[in-house]
Ligand binder design. Structure first.
Ligand SMILES: [Zn+2]
Length: 338
């Protein structure tokens, strides 16, 4: 096989061909913030089975017909990266591969590349990075959220970026480094921060039972977006409220999709100068057993029949990680539901 650099380049090109085939750019122009890797596997008729694997995150098998196994023992972003890695093996016609954690968490870029690793796995990782975290998708989120390039050295910003990409915090840091959005020392600083500390900061003063779930900071910038997370996730909704003019945000839809409001408060953004009559409304809601459905939050005058001043629409799917069994779309196809 050609040298390492060429091998990685070919893997990235294979991922780009899938972006074209599945028109991911137009989907992510709409309401999808992440690349639908499971949907790609279903459409390519690549069977994907989820199982409580012990030492492996995933495997690519090819005895007679190709197929993929993914662990149920990890969070959704790790399942997604594993799926993309195994899809890479399938797309590039690799030989079967059993993938423990250290294979998948290794960066295909940078100094760690030396040392006799399987070239197929290096390619599959490069493929997965380019499939789930292409530079153009990161740039789209940065634009949508109104972040500046200098915000990408802030752990809180990178963490929120990772949630919208459906990627882990560390994979997002890798991608920012390899795309040269940040330098090596900013990368080291980002990785030194524990996501748990970011979550605690976001939720304060609320303290959940544990910090296993992700914490989504949602603002009006997220209007119209599909948010895919896990059963243990929390949301922090931060919106301006024109209370001086009698407007209040209606948040009943949160409970309707399975999000329990655990904190609801207001802070005055202009403590001394309240001429604007606006406050920041901060709502914390917990998913606990999963939340799914359409959420419409609107800022209205509760006693008047009038158009909402503003509204925030979200499509939530906090049912991850994927449970044991065949991929849902493939199960439905088998049963003739789809
Ligand atoms: Zn592999």
């Amino acid at each position: 096989m050609a040298d390492m650099r060429t091998a990685i380049l070919r893997a990235a090109q294979a991922a780009d061909r899938l972006h074209k085939e599945f028109e991911t750019k137009s989907y992510t122009d709409g309401d999808e913030g992440r690349i639908d890797v499971f949907g790609m596997m279903a459409k390519r008729d690549l069977p994907v089975m989820f199982r409580p694997l012990d030492k492996l995150l995933g495997a690519y098998l090819n005895e007679g017909a190709p197929g993929v196994i993914i662990t149920t023992q990890r969070q959704l972003p790790v399942q997604r990266f594993t799926a993309a890695h195994e899809l890479g093996h399938a797309v590039m016609g690799h030989t079967p591969s059993l993938d423990p954690e250290d294979v998948l968490m290794r960066s295909p870029f940078g100094a760690k590349i030396a040392g006799g690793y399987d070239l197929q796995d290096i390619q599959a990782n490069a493929f997965a990075s380019q499939l789930l975290l292409p530079r153009w998708l990161l740039a789209k989120h940065v634009r949508r959220q109104g972040w500046k390039p200098e915000n990408l050295i802030e752990p809180d910003t990178v963490y929120q970026l990772s949630l919208r990409l459906g990627a882990s915090y560390s994979a997002t840091c890798h991608s920012l480094l390899s795309g040269r959005s940040i330098d090596g020392s900013a990368y080291d600083d980002l990785l030194a921060v524990k996501p748990r500390d970011i979550k605690r900061r976001l939720l304060a003063p609320y303290e959940p039972e544990n910090y296993r779930g992700d914490v989504w900071l949602i603002t009006e910038r997220d209007d119209g977006l599909l948010l895919e997370g896990s059963r243990s996730d929390l949301v922090v909704i931060n919106v301006l409220e024109h209370s001086g003019s009698g407007y209040l945000w209606r948040i009943e839809d949160l409970a309707a999709v399975g999000l329990a409001v655990v904190k609801d408060g207001r802070t005055d953004p202009h403590e001394k100068d309240t001429v604007g009559g606006m406050v920041f409304r901060k709502v914390v809601a917990e998913s606990r057993t999963g939340a799914i459905g359409h959420v419409n939050l609107s800022e209205i005058r509760p006693w008047m029949e009038s158009e909402p001043l503003r509204s925030l629409n979200l499509e939530l799917d906090f049912t991850g990680p994927v449970p044991a069994g065949l991929l849902q779309a493939q199960r439905e196809a088998l049963l003739g539901v789809a």
